[in-house]
Design a protein around this ligand. Structure first.
Ligand code: SAM
Length: 322
């Protein structure tokens, strides 16, 4: 195993034993769902940088693979929707973290009558080689783990996600991103990488890596400030950098008419004389009604003078025409 991956495991073994509220977490409130009570220890161990859970996405018959269990906060939230043994499969190579998550699920069961610890099956496993059969899950998720991987390992982890997802399934993912190329010396800082600070990609590279992995549709759900890293803390930086974090859902579906479809919240609104605008790409725009369109479709449709196209909000929702 590469030394940096060992460092990652050491950092998280320590974070399992001594919860560290400064590790990774952002101001992302957990879902306030009826009858869902989150044990305080899970909140202290919120090592995510966004949310990968969204009630709009989830169905009771989903089988959900969660990579990098942490304190179990998101696995519990996913289990809220599946509510059956093994409905959520959580994979983590760090024994101390798996043990802590299991203990936290026991705590969760004491205060949530609907929950049983076996609703989350915790497996010893690695994102780079997952102990899960091909085409066996409808949902995969990871929060603030994949950014720690070097590019070749990141591509391997994404290939694993594509392998285990059923056709039509989706990958909910959240990671920090950087607005500038980070200095090599900072990128080589294994502790900063393990703490989700120095391994991150640019927004465009993050999406391109998902596209290259084979996802045919990508929705950018959120993009928010994450962490200001400064030369005072990290002398290998020449200036402060404001990292953001993104929440993205990537679907294992074929490409659209325009190629892989990236949705960043852009809308197209037809204002012409017909009741509906339609063209060869499959686009259908009822007059006056905003319809979500991919960035590529937005560029194409904006050439039509009777179609108004709005800008990116980074709050795409599932749906849309093209
Ligand atoms: C930043 S924490 C995120 C935890 C959780 N996703 C959350 O939102 O709180 C990273 C998690 O990934 C686990 N991990 C570390 N290396 C891993 C690997 N190669 N494959 C899978 N999980 C790994 C760590 O033990 C830890 O639980």
């Amino acid at each position: 195993m590469s030394t940096y991956l060992q460092t990652v495991e050491t950092v998280y073994a320590e974070a399992a034993t001594n919860p560290d509220a400064t590790l990774c977490c952002t101001e992302s409130p957990v879902w306030n769902l009826p009858d869902l009570r989150v044990p305080p220890i899970m909140l202290q161990m919120n090592y995510g940088c966004g949310s990968t859970v969204n009630p709009r996405d989830l169905r009771p018959d989903d089988t959900i693979l969660y990579v990098g269990v942490g304190g179990g906060l998101e696995a519990l939230q996913f289990a809220y929707f599946t509510r059956r043994s093994g409905g959520v499969i959580a994979v983590d190579p760090v024994a101390a973290m798996r043990d802590k998550a299991q203990a936290n699920f026991l705590e969760a069961a004491k205060i949530n009558p609907w929950f049983r610890p076996e609703f989350v099956r915790v497996l010893d496993g690695n994102a780079l080689k997952m102990p899960v059969e091909s085409n066996s899950v409808s949902v995969a998720a990871q929060n603030c783990l994949f950014n720690v991987f070097m590019q070749a390992d990141l591509e391997q982890a994404l290939a694993e996600v594509i392998r285990v997802l059923r056709p039509g399934g989706f990958f909910a993912t959240s990671d920090p991103i950087t607005p500038v190329a980070l200095p090599e010396e900072f990128r080589a800082d294994e502790i900063a990488r393990a703490r989700c600070l120095s391994g991150c990609q640019s927004f465009d590279d993050y999406l391109a890596t998902l596209v290259n992995a084979g996802f045919g549709r990508i929705d950018v759900r959120a993009r928010v400030p994450y962490r200001l890293v400064t030369p005072q803390e990290y002398p290998s930086l020449s200036e402060a950098v404001l990292l953001e974090s993104v929440e993205v859902v990537a679907y294992k579906v074929p490409d659209s008419f325009d190629g892989p479809a990236i949705y960043t919240g852009r809308m197209a609104i037809y204002g012409g004389p017909e009741v509906t605008f339609a063209d060869d790409s499959g686009v259908e725009l009822p007059r006056g009604i905003p319809v979500a369109v991919s960035d590529a479709a937005a560029v194409r449709l904006a050439r039509n003078p009777v179609i108004v196209v709005t800008g990116a909000t980074y709050q795409a929702r599932a749906g849309g025409c093209c």
